[in-house]
Design a protein around this ligand. Structure first.
Ligand SMILES: Nc1nc2c(ncn2[C@@H]2O[C@H](COP(=O)(O)OP(=O)(O)OP(=O)(O)O)[C@@H](O)[C@H]2O)c(=O)[nH]1
Ligand SMILES: [Mg+2]
Length: 572
């Protein structure tokens, strides 16, 4: 039914035109026809020939004019029809919509002509629907798979503060913000912008100045950010005030909350989950206030203190939960201690890898022991300690423990919550501080690690420093010479295995510091004791005598106690 013929016939204008042409033609041909019909009875031969010629000419003229009219009409109809379709189509908004949209549609039409392709999906071209589709697409794209979980990628705006009079060892504001960006990335948050401010002292109400707050407010609304992350820990009041000012659904959080969020996402074992839950609850406890301020608003201010009562109830619940968690963690700690005691009955020395997050601790453990601990270019890949046995070429061995990485401004709640895990460090014979020597902020990272270690009371344990990732520096030879000049520094590349033998030798040398020198006569029937001395100690000399084997070696202190009766034997 959409054919042009039907369209022509269905137009009243065309019908009138056709009738007029027919009447006109009939009137012009009527006289010659009458002459011809009456014939030779009334008219001469000449008159009839003239009438016949005239009729033929009229017919030809009539046909020509009809063809011309119909062609013009066709052209007109062809021009009118598409517009007519636009008007009646419910999908099309071009005719009804304002000027701007018509102009845009015209531009699209031109675009269509250039391409020579007629688009049939007019709805895809409308700006409103296009925008909606883009929004839907971007919404879908913002779901990311993190650690096996699908999470919605929030848009975040970062804020840093540079305190006047910062020490040389501290991170610069730009570097600190960059690290915050890395943390945000690890947590699955997309950073859309950042800003910083230099301050002598923080504003007690909003942490930053009011001008900066206004600037951030307009920036986040322009960028569509849902979260504002501060690089420093904010007080509960500051968090509340900032959220009120930013308005809407904008969430304000700080570095501590972000790190806790990462730990929460990454906790894979029961112990790690317990520790993270405890740290999160301790962080939330003073911040509960803002959750209940709506109660007083709902009551129109008539029931004053309603919110406060609710906060008290919640705080009590949270404190009870914290108590339960602490008890559970205490039992985990006891279990760990028992396991460690069992391990020390076979006195293999324990070496702990400590260091800044992403320095390469897990990669080093994997290279030396063939373990498959997760090592990746993300912050806080490791949360739980892993211990593996390392066998050195000379037959000696030690246990190597990989631990959770440190970071500058590490939340104290987190250090406290991870005490059970970190106790591994405090009971080791040697601390190996792994450093990413290729990192531009290596000095600041070393300083940050030393600060956390000072909180853990491990100053009496000997230390060895490992400059890792030497394959990434521009002049590895120069670096190795520099390391040789320093005491207790070894260069390695955990990734390609470069320098691992030197590392193991250095570990042994260093462990001598925590061992005692013994000379003991071991009876022949205590053969396994002798082999243990070879495993865990550093044997200088063995002599076979009539009453047993005389051994001179450095051995761990605990083991030296085991050898006490034999030492006496030797002395006599
Ligand atoms: N080029 C190079 N990359 C390395 C080296 N050692 C480690 N990496 C890379 O550095 C990244 C971090 O390594 P990890 O072993 O996970 O670091 P980590 O210290 O265990 O990190 P956390 O568990 O987060 O504390 C990974 O992408 C490794 O491949 C190295 O010697 N050279
Ligand atoms: Mg690791």
């Amino acid at each position: 039914m959409d054919s042009p013929a039907w369209a022509i016939l269905s137009t009243p204008f065309l019908c009138v035109l056709v009738i007029a042409v027919v009447i006109g033609c009939l009137s012009d041909v009527a006289i010659p026809i009458a002459i011809l019909v009456k014939g030779d009875r009334c008219y001469s031969h000449k008159t009839r020939v003239f009438a016949a010629v005239s009729l033929a000419v009229q017919i030809v003229l009539c046909i020509c004019s009809s063809i011309g009219s119909i062609t013009d009409s066709l052209k007109l109809t062809a021009h009118v029809l598409p517009q007519g379709a636009d008007v009646v189509s419910p999908d099309n908004v071009l005719v009804q919509n304002p000027v701007i949209e018509t102009i845009e549609a015209k531009e699209e039409e031109v675009h269509g002509v250039f391409n020579g392709v007629a688009s049939t999906k007019s709805e895809d071209k409308t700006p409103v629907k296009k925008k909606k589709k883009e929004e839907e697409d971007s919404f879908e794209n913002r779901f990311q798979l993190r650690n096996g979980r699908e999470v919605y990628e929030e848009k975040a705006y970062l804020v840093g503060v540079e305190r006047k009079g910062n020490t040389v060892d501290a991170f610069g504001i730009e570097e600190s913000l960059e690290e915050l960006g890395q943390l945000a990335d690890t947590a699955g948050v997309a950073v859309v912008g950042s800003t910083c401010q230099k301050l002598a002292s923080p504003n007690p109400r909003t942490y930053i100045g009011s001008g900066k707050v206004a600037e951030i407010k307009s920036a986040i609304h322009g960028l569509g950010a849902e979260t504002v992350i501060f690089d420093d820990e904010l007080s509960p009041g500051q968090l509340r005030n900032l959220e009120k000012i930013f308005g809407g659904d904008v969430r304000v959080c700080d570095r501590t909350a972000l790190i806790l969020d990462i730990f929460n996402q990454r906790a894979a074992t029961h112990e790690a989950s317990l520790q993270v839950a405890l740290a999160q609850m301790e962080y939330q406890l003073p911040r509960l206030t803002r959750m209940w301020s709506h109660l007083e608003r709902q009551a129109g201010g008539r029931v004053k203190g309603m919110g406060e009562k609710q906060i008290e109830v919640d705080k009590r619940i949270l404190r009870t939960q914290i108590g339960v968690l602490k008890k559970e963690l205490e039992s985990v700690r006891k279990h760990r201690k028992q396991y460690r005691n069992r391990r020390t009955s076979v006195p293999v020395p324990v070496v702990s890898l400590v260091g800044y997050t992403n320095a390469g601790k897990s990669t080093l453990l994997n290279q030396l022991t063939g373990a498959d601990v997760l090592a990746e270019d993300r912050l806080f890949a490791t949360l739980d300690p892993t211990t593996r046995r390392v066998q050195i070429k000379n037959g000696n061995e030690f246990l190597l423990t990989d631990t959770v990485g440190f970071i500058q401004k590490l939340p104290t709640t987190l250090v406290a919550a991870f005490r059970a895990t970190l106790e591994e460090i405090s009971e080791s014979s040697l601390l190996v501080h792994v450093v990413d020597i290729s990192h531009p902020l290596v000095e600041q990272q070393v300083h940050a690690v030393d600060e956390v270690l000072s909180e853990l009371d491990v100053s009496s344990i000997p230390r060895l420093m490992v400059w890792n990732k030497v394959d990434r520096v521009s002049d590895p030879k120069k670096l190795k010479l520099e390391a040789e000049r320093k005491q207790d520094v070894v260069c390695v590349s955990a990734l390609n295995g470069d320098g691992l033998e030197e590392f193991c030798n250095a570990v042994q040398e260093k462990m001598k510091d925590s061992m005692v020198w013994v000379e003991a006569l071991v009876p022949f029937d205590k053969g396994e004791l002798l082999s243990t001395i070879h495993q865990v100690g550093m044997v200088e000399r063995t002599e076979y005598t009539e009453s047993g084997t005389l051994i001179k070696a450095h051995v761990p202190l605990r083991f030296a106690r085991l050898l006490t009766p034999m030492r006496q034997l030797c002395a006599s």
